[in-house]
Design a protein around this ligand. Structure first.
Ligand SMILES: [Zn+2]
Length: 318
């Protein structure tokens, strides 16, 4: 439900009332006990394992990285992932950073829903958001955020307090465009983690793959790509976990092959990069049911652990 603009003062009062309600109901932190991936170590969680087709009954692309029960990194926010975010027990106020691979609908459509939900949390620090630059067909990351929340032309400009500098009473989104090439480029670092990216080929859409280093572990997300170039192998080098997109079958041709990597290419990249484990996500109707064939093609090049993801699956990094 849309909420009309309310003053920060009123909102804080509303929060106080909410807090009283929560205390009266006997639960101080309603989601604290609900983390679906546990409270210890580094865990990658798949929020959305499918998309864009809704008939796959999966949320579209989105991932969380947990550390000791805190939801620190969100990668992409495809349709349906906002609900999965809530189901996972994650909180927007815990996020250190949001990373976007690209701005196709099935990777970004639930972004405003997540931001709106955060309005009801008590976040008091900026929210860094990193993603690709734009071109004639796609917005840059800074444009994407402004297209939703910019004070003049944003579709949800009633929430522009979260976007416009110098207003008080809320946190600020801090979007950044990452102009990466085929060499891993550092984008974000804080005391908990670092994130670096390479450009990947996904038709004419500016797209990034992401490497997150956290708690001594390395997790790499391919995003959508046809696998051309050597950037992804460099980025995924010796990763503890490589999350790759199984969007097309081995015999894919035409546009779908120009956009996505078939299983043999996933296997080649995983093998060349010597990744320690592989998770396949972005499972579409054209790949669901073909897991045996997919595995067969990957096994020609990569022999480590391999799992097919479902929504809300947790992958702990030992
Ligand atoms: Zn895409």
């Amino acid at each position: 439900m849309a909420t009309p603009w309310i003053s920060p003062h009123f909102r804080n009062s509303f929060r106080s009332l909410s807090l009283i309600g929560i205390i009266l109901s006997g639960t101080l932190s309603p989601s604290a006990a609900a983390q679906t991936c546990g409270t210890h170590g580094v865990v990658a969680q798949v929020l959305g394992s499918g998309g864009p087709e809704l008939q796959d009954k999966r949320a579209s692309g989105s991932y969380l990285i947990w550390q000791d029960g805190e939801s620190r990194v969100l990668i992409d926010a495809g349709g349906g992932s906002a609900l999965r975010f809530g189901e996972s027990g994650a909180q927007m106020s815990q996020l250190d950073v949001i990373l976007f691979t690209h701005f196709h609908v099935d990777h970004s459509a639930d972004f405003p829903a997540l931001i709106k939900s955060s309005w009801f949390e008590d976040r008091r620090r900026p929210l860094p958001i990193y993603g690709p630059p734009g071109n004639d067909f796609m917005p840059s990351t800074t444009e994407f955020v402004a297209d939703f929340f910019g004070p003049q032309r944003g579709a949800f400009r009633y929430l522009s307090e979260l976007f416009t500098p110098d207003e008080q009473g809320s946190y600020k989104m801090q979007p950044h465009n990452v102009a990466a090439g085929s060499a891993p480029t550092g984008a974000f670092r804080n005391i908990n983690l670092s994130a670096s990216a390479v450009q990947v080929i996904h038709g004419g859409v500016p797209a990034l793959a992401w490497r997150v280093e956290i708690g001594g572990k390395v997790i790499v997300f391919s995003g959508d790509t046809n696998g051309d170039g050597d950037g992804l192998v460099r980025l995924a080098s010796n990763a503890d976990l490589f999350v790759a997109h199984n969007a097309v079958p081995e015999d894919a041709t035409g546009l779908e092959r120009r956009l996505h990597m078939p299983p043999s290419v996933i296997g080649l990249i995983a093998g060349d990069a010597h990744v320690k484990s592989l998770v396949l996500s972005h499972r579409m109707l054209r790949t669901l049911g073909k897991e045996k064939q997919t595995q067969f093609e990957i096994r020609k090049h990569y022999s480590g652990p391999l799992q097919f993801a479902n929504d809300l699956d947790c992958f702990p990094l030992q």
